[in-house]
Design a protein around this ligand. Structure first.
Ligand code: HMG
Ligand code: MG
Length: 302
């Protein structure tokens, strides 16, 4: 068994995490979170999304957040764009990468972005074209690749189908997302295998929510297949407003601890990352979902 020697983490906390918060989070706090993540060594940060503020009011401050970040040249800042309207607004804020987001499940596609899978691809195509013409990288998030809150289990063939559609419109890399955190290692490996019909292993990232506590096992299962890009969320924040009952992404602190233990380089300073997680958890008046961060903080105060 050979595991990758280096892994790149994308922290999606400012977007996936904060999109799901009931209480409004001030722009200054979001900006500070991004600054703390980059200070901890994150080289990719999903900052916000350019979606309808009626659908997701928590992301209505997208342009202000993007404008307020002091960027580091070696960090990639990505944003979600579901359609041309979102892309045009995002373009003004100079993202390094945009993310179109589709689903392997028809029902989830309709609930989340109000259109079928086929219609979503029609909407994404001009976005992808415009982004690539502007020199902006394009990622495709694929939701519900193992299970859907409305349709139950999702067959790998449907993941392969969606990955093929994404490839066909020029999406450069894709996320295999377990939106509701129901996956277990073999199921996640099957979803990745299906994606490999259209994308190379270096163009695939794992995006695992942790509802059933399987996200670290799923991460390990993906690592065994050679996946070296993962999305995670500081303090385990996260969830999708259109996937009721789903909890946060796997915590970045927990993934970093796992990878460090395996001797895999992430370039991330775990102590600084724990501080970033404590900052946002304190702001939200909540305990971190990261077991690793909790253990490290307890040790510090012991
Ligand atoms: P729609 O209602 O079908 O859109 O929503 P529409 O084109 O008919 O427009 C209706 C209204 O929305 C119009 O305004 C538009 O201007 C406005 P009105 O005339 O009524 O005042 N509008 C927009 N405003 C701002 N930005 C835009 C935009 N587009 C239209 N981009 C739409 C379709 C896609 C916009 C809507 O369904 C939506 O915003 N959905 C977003 C849902 C979302 O953000 N979900 C969470 C992110 S995905 C996720 O978390 C999963 C992921 O983490 C992976 C995983 O875990 O699975 C990525
Ligand atoms: Mg997600």
């Amino acid at each position: 068994m050979s595991l990758p020697s280096k892994v790149q983490l994308i922290d999606v906390g400012p977007r996936d995490g904060l999109q799901n918060e009931k209480q409004p989070v001030p722009v200054a706090v979001k900006i500070e979170l991004v600054h703390r993540l980059q200070a901890a060594g994150l080289k990719e940060i999903e900052v916000t999304s350019f979606v309808s503020p009626k659908w997701v009011p928590q992301m209505a401050d997208n342009a202000e957040v993007m404008a307020g970040i002091q960027r580091q040249a070696d960090v990639r800042y990505s944003v979600l764009t579901p359609n041309v309207q979102g892309f045009e607004a995002a373009l003004q804020t100079r993202p390094d990468e945009i993310v179109v987001f589709g689903a392997a499940s028809e029902a989830f596609s309709r609930k989340n972005i109000n259109c079928s899978i086929a219609e979503s691809i029609e909407r994404f195509a001009p976005v992808v074209q415009a982004a690539r013409a502007a020199g902006i990288a394009v990622r495709g998030a694929m939701s519900c690749t193992v299970g859907c809150p409305y349709e139950g289990e999702i067959a790998p063939e449907r993941v392969a189908y969606l990955a093929g559609l994404m490839k066909g419109i020029g999406v450069q890399r894709v996320d295999v997302a377990d939106t509701i955190g129901v996956g277990t290692p073999l199921k996640v490996q099957r979803a990745i295998e299906a994606t490999l019909q259209h994308y190379g292993i270096d163009q695939i990232s794992g995006h695992f929510h942790d509802t059933y506590g399987q996200a670290l096992s799923n991460t390990y299962a993906a690592l065994q297949m050679g996946v070296r890009n993962f999305q995670s969320s500081v303090a385990g924040l996260g969830g999708c407003p259109y996937a009721k009952g789903a909890t946060g992404n796997v915590a970045t602190e927990d993934v970093v601890y796992l990878l460090q233990g395996l001797g895999i380089d992430t370039g991330i300073d775990l102590d600084k990352l724990v501080d970033a997680g404590a900052f946002i958890s304190d702001h939200l008046s909540r305990k971190s979902n990261s077991r690793v961060a909790t253990a490290i903080l307890n040790k510090r105060t012991a």
